[in-house]
Write a protein that binds this ligand. Structure first.
Ligand SMILES: Cc1cc2nc3c(=O)[nH]c(=O)nc-3n(C[C@H](O)[C@H](O)[C@H](O)COP(=O)(O)O)c2cc1C
Length: 310
């Protein structure tokens, strides 16, 4: 799980619940296929898993996780059936699918009959179908409550020492390259490093680049100057890509800060020298990225006097 702000925990739970429900639907299809191929024990087992994953989709939404199936089932009954949040009739269906699966998988020589396997599919389907509208409404509600990264992002200058896995960097760069650019010229070239020596040298290219020194990973957004449709817009394009980087990092529970490099020639040249940039590449900014030590709330900067209606 992506650890960090409660924003991430909420997103994690929402994604996990959706994933569990997808698995439930997949297992239901598999159970049907196995039934049609005459594998009754296997089909009964998969039907049970369809029902179980659907229950997990509900319990994990509320943060309950248990390695034991019996733990999930009794929690589900306690929290959602006993309280009439969901139809109490589900209880019997759950018990039946659980018991038949126990026989199908673990009871020596037990052969699940065609009727039993069909009933098992019907029960699992009924459980999945009953839970679906409840889950959809919970997902929709939860999505409305998950705050937008635009309004939670703040600059992070202190990072934990743990590394940032490359999968996160790739997500961040995917966000960067989703930015708009003049004539769609996409002038960006991204340099990535976790090399301590390079990071230390980058932290000295400006009096304000100190936060780079603490970072486990550093992204240096650069741009090329050859073949651009509107070269004078390249740095504006890079600003937008940079904002996408900062927002995606926030979304992932990471922290980052933009270090001002362009348009100051001395800083741009210092970065170019460290990274050995080709002549036609220009350094735009430096962005240290890592897991934040502290997360502070964003201040509300909305200022009505700055809005001019004409
Ligand atoms: C163009 C630009 C240059 C910046 N340069 C630096 C910098 O060199 N060092 C730094 O620590 N922060 C730098 N920042 C971050 C700002 O200080 C920060 O965005 C501002 O104080 C507002 O705080 P917030 O990002 O937490 O909302 C820069 C931000 C921008 C947009």
């Amino acid at each position: 799980m992506v650890k960090g702000s409660s924003l991430n925990e909420q997103k994690y739970r929402l994604d996990l619940s959706r994933y569990r429900f997808e698995r439930a639907c997949e297992e239901l299809n598999t159970a049907q296929e196995l039934f049609e191929d005459g594998h009754m024990n296997a089909s009964a087992s998969r039907s049970y898993y369809a029902a179980f994953y659907a229950l997990l989709a509900v319990t994990e939404l509320d943060g309950f996780e248990s390695a034991k199936h019996s733990g999930v089932i009794s929690r589900f009954k306690f929290d959602y059936l006993r309280t009439n949040v969901l139809d109490r009739g589900l209880s019997k269906l759950i018990d039946n699918t659980f018991n038949l699966r126990k026989y199908a998988d673990y009871e020596g020589f037990y052969v699940v009959s065609l009727e039993e396997a069909q009933k098992q599919i019907d029960s699992a389907e009924a459980i999945v179908d009953t839970l679906q509208p409840y889950l959809v409404s919970r997902w929709t509600e939860m999505e409305k409550r998950i705050p937008n990264a635009i309004f939670t992002r703040t600059s992070t200058r202190q990072f934990e020492s743990r590394p940032v896995e490359s999968k996160y960097i790739i997500k961040i760069l995917r966000a960067a390259m989703a930015a708009p650019s003049a004539c769609n010229q996409q002038p960006w070239e991204f340099y990535i490093t976790d090399d301590k020596d390079i990071i230390s040298r980058l932290s000295q290219v400006s009096p304000y680049a100190g936060p780079v020194k603490n970072a486990p990973a550093v992204i240096v957004p650069c741009y090329h100057t050859d073949g651009l449709a509107v070269p004078m817009m390249a740095e504006i394009d890079m600003s937008l890509a940079t904002q996408n980087i900062l927002l995606e990092a926030e979304d992932l529970g990471l922290g980052a800060v933009m270090i001002g490099i362009a348009p100051i020639p001395e800083r741009m040249n210092a970065v170019a020298e460290i990274l050995k940039l080709p002549e036609n590449f220009k350094a735009f900014t430096i962005i240290p990225v890592g897991w934040p030590v502290n997360k502070r709330p964003q201040e509300d900067r909305y200022e009505p006097s700055r809005v001019h209606t004409v």
